[in-house]
Design a protein around this ligand. Structure first.
Ligand code: HEM
Length: 438
């Protein structure tokens, strides 16, 4: 690119903005963070101001298909430095929160064998009749957290509170000393590591995420310290449970709100004529192979990821040099957010029913504008490492629930989302009536 002039840089100040305050202060963002609903503001800004919106002195949102592709795929920009604020310790990056490309590549290489399709398929027997948090416990750390069995477990609420605490500490750093970390999660994870080391001492090993992290201490030239092992485990618990459980929850809710679509999915599952599972004669637990190509099941999951994506508040990156995006010159070190929810809800891309739950649109994916328009699992080098795991888990859970239970909507409930790093139901629960089907 040719030399950037003052005139070019001054164009940055011409980027549409909701108020003058946004160009001189981050206050409009800070004030909206505690509520956990900033994603609605971003969507509103794109609808009312346009595809490029400056919301902070050095923070710009982009919602055009080309800009989002440029940020995430073509330029593959690194994560914004501000992500360090949501780490347990700002000095210790994790796979998700890494900003330096070499560090990210090294950590990704270390962990990728635990996420290959081949390895994930060996985890299938462990993924049955559980909730997402139990599945992550069982498959990644060698022991279920027993949430389904006990009916309740402090972990989901502790994870939600910890995510909220991190966002609040990042937003209001001067209040950090008042927002003390609950030691419960650290103690919980320390216990998992201790128990695994005891098993290792008896010569027992399992090739899962936990083992890879523990072994890195012995095998690598640049071993992870104990804090990093603990912290990376915490990240997988968060990344692998909240995202999947929101998708399943929203799938059930949307299907119950659209009984004819629920009927279509249940008929598709019933048409498999699955044998009852051998260990418990009254339950039907399908194999992943038998359901992975079910068109309507996959369509429902895609449609939920489109309407309620994990990165509902945008995918944040940072420019590494002065860069032209969507016709505007964006200076080096600007935080740029790819507003993927706006892309997912664009009527120009998806048609007039873009806001509606229409799994049918996915039945012929070749007719769909998916390339550059669907970011359920992100894109570029930071694409979700757990994508194969997540697909298997979501198909098995949704299919098993619908094969074994009949659900009924409980009316007049609030369906409100909040977003603190990952989205969740504000009420933290949604009641449905349940009867066994067989
Ligand atoms: C429905 C389930 C899931 C959804 C919708 C989802 C979505 C995403 C998205 C959108 C990203 C990209 C974020 C960004 O670029 O800033 C991401 C990254 C990531 N996901 Fe997932 N995810 C899911 C399940 C999982 C599971 C099961 C795991 C692990 C067990 C996992 C671990 C991660 C990690 C570690 C990253 C960071 C990868 C990197 O930066 O290299 N996710 N996920």
């Amino acid at each position: 690119m040719s030399k950037i002039s003052f005139f070019d840089i001054s164009l940055f100040h011409k980027i549409p903005s909701p108020s003058f305050l946004c160009s001189i202060s981050s206050l409009p963002i800070i004030l909206r963070k505690p509520e956990g609903k900033i994603f609605n503001w971003y969507l509103y800004l794109h609808k009312n101001i346009g595809p490029v919106v400056r919301i902070g002195p050095s923070f710009v949102l982009f919602s055009s298909k080309n800009a989002v592709m440029q940020i995430l795929i073509n330029d593959n920009l690194p994560k914004s430095d501000s992500i360090a604020g949501i780490r347990s310790d700002p000095n210790f990056p994790t796979l998700f929160s890494a900003t330096e490309k070499p560090f990210h590549q090294k950590r990704r290489k270390l962990l990728s064998s635990a996420f290959s399709i081949k390895y994930i398929s060996t985890l299938e027997p462990l993924m049955r009749s559980s909730c997402t948090l139990d599945i992550i416990g069982e498959t990644a750390f060698g022991g279920s957290f027993n949430i389904v069995e006990k009916g309740n477990h402090p972990l989901p609420e502790k994870v939600f509170q910890e995510l909220k605490r991190r966002v609040m500490c990042h937003t209001f750093p001067y209040l950090k000393s008042f927002m003390v970390k609950d030691s419960w999660i650290d103690e919980f994870i320390s216990k998992i590591i201790k128990e695994r080391r005891e098993l290792n001492a008896q010569g027992k090993k399992r090739k899962d995420i936990l083992q890879i992290l523990i072994d890195s201490k012995e095998d690598s030239d640049d071993p992870l310290i104990e804090f990093e092992i603990q912290d990376q485990i915490m990240e997988f618990v968060i990344a692998g449970s909240d995202t999947g459980s929101l998708t399943i929850n929203m799938a059930l809710i949307m299907l119950l709100n659209n009984p004819e679509k629920l009927k279509t999915l249940v008929s598709e599952l019933d048409s498999l004529n699955l044998p009852q599972s051998s260990n418990n004669s009254s339950t039907f637990i399908p194999s992943h192979d038998s359901i992975k190509n079910l068109k309507y099941l996959n369509a429902v999951i895609y449609e939920i990821l489109r309407l309620f994506p994990a990165s509902i508040g945008g995918i944040l990156r940072q420019t590494t040099k002065d860069t032209v995006i969507d016709g505007y010159l964006i200076p080096k070190d600007t935080s740029v957010s790819a507003s993927i929810w706006s892309v997912h809800k664009s009527k120009e891309i998806w048609g007039p029913d873009a806001d509606d739950f229409v799994p049918e649109r996915w039945l012929n994916p070749e007719n769909l504008p998916i390339k550059g328009c669907f970011y359920g699992f992100g894109a570029g080098s930071r694409y979700c490492i757990g994508v194969n795991f997540a697909w298997m888990e979501m198909r098995l859970l949704l299919a098993s629930l619908l094969l074994n239970f009949k659900f009924e909507m409980v009316k007049n409930q609030e369906l409100d989302l909040v977003h603190f790093i990952t989205p969740a139901l504000k009420s933290k629960k949604f009641l449905v009536g349940v009867k066994t089907r067989h």
